[in-house]
Write a protein that binds this ligand. Structure first.
Ligand code: RIB
Length: 305
């Protein structure tokens, strides 16, 4: 039975700096605090799936440094298989995340070892891809490797979820091979060539992307919720009201949650509802992986909300 999730993507060591407000260009702002955590869109999505109980595997690269050690240790602690994480002679990817009081963030990301991931790394994982139900990709590794991974995953019979973040050009052929495209409102705006500022525009955008590429489409809208184009229905799923502390990893928690829920046989809409609860819990703590919930935490949250 195909029951594995394989994530091919980035691992970053994140530094969170607490600022009173986002600086203007040229302005220095005194920071009130600092925290560190394991992140990277790929590793976050894989860890969320693993924390929920999925047999999850990570394919990617970290450097031969203390940050690479920390990322591998963290992934293993959460039950993620790290056999396909390669150590390379480049610095481990880093996230420099600035956080303001309402929990919103802006970040600079060091590509580092993530940009050493190769097509050979994908080939090395072929046996896993043959057993994978779902392969999840993001845009923090070289784009030619991503496009190769899409092709390979499809040949191996897996479903492909692409989180096109950060947004960058993707070939039409690759987009047309996807099963599910996940973007936030900013990334959706990039692919559509127009601003997506509310749920009605997101619904129209999801419809347009589905018509263009044929895949199901999820547009996440931060604290508003998300829109999902599931087969021929377009549904809006409102977010859960929680007090956000720091939002890094919320989208990744959502995607790991979708991956888990689809494996349980849920519809895409039901999977997004489940994933909304995952990300609601994730924003209640600082950092990505350590704030992500286990299945029992999500179950409890659903009972109380
Ligand atoms: O999506 C959040 C993640 O994006 C952070 O962990 C950071 O490392 C960047 O990859």
């Amino acid at each position: 039975m195909r029951n594995k999730i394989v994530v091919i993507g980035s691992l970053n060591y994140d530094t969170f700096v607490q600022l009173p407000h986002f600086p203007k260009p040229g302005e220095n702002v005194l920071a009130d605090g600092v925290a560190f955590g394991c992140g990277g869109k790929g590793a976050n999505q894989a860890v969320q799936a693993a924390k929920l109980g999925v047999d999850a595997y990570m394919v990617g690269c970290v450097g031969n440094d203390q940050y690479g050690d920390a990322l591998i240790e963290s992934a293993q602690k959460y039950g993620l298989n790290t056999d396909h994480i390669r150590r390379v002679d480049a610095p481990t990817g880093m996230g420099f995340v600035n956080v303001i009081e309402d929990g919103s963030v802006f970040a600079g990301i060091l590509k580092g070892a993530n940009f050493e991931v190769t097509k050979e790394d994908v080939d090395q994982a072929e046996a896993l891809l043959m057993q994978a139900s779902t392969v999840i990709l993001q845009m923090e590794i070289p784009q030619d490797v991503n496009e190769y991974a899409i092709e390979k995953a499809k040949e191996c019979g897996a479903k492909v979820i692409m989180n096109a973040a950060p947004a960058a050009p993707i070939s039409e052929k690759a987009l047309k091979s996807l099963d599910i495209l996940v973007v936030n409102e900013v990334e959706a705006g990039f692919y559509l060539g127009k601003d997506i500022t509310d749920s009605e525009l997101a619904k129209a955008g999801a419809k347009e992307l589905k018509e263009r590429y044929g895949c199901d489409v999820i547009i996440t809208l931060g604290k508003l919720g998300s829109v999902v184009n599931d087969q021929n229905e377009i549904n809006f799923i409102p977010s859960k009201k929680v007090k956000a502390v720091e939002t890094t990893g919320a989208g990744d928690s959502f995607i790991g949650g979708v991956g888990y829920a689809l494996l349980q046989g849920m519809s895409l809409t039901a999977a997004c509802e489940f994933a909304t609860c995952c990300s609601a819990i994730t924003v209640c703590g600082v950092g990505a992986q350590n704030s992500m919930p286990t299945f029992n935490q999500v179950k409890k949250f659903i009972e109380n909300n």
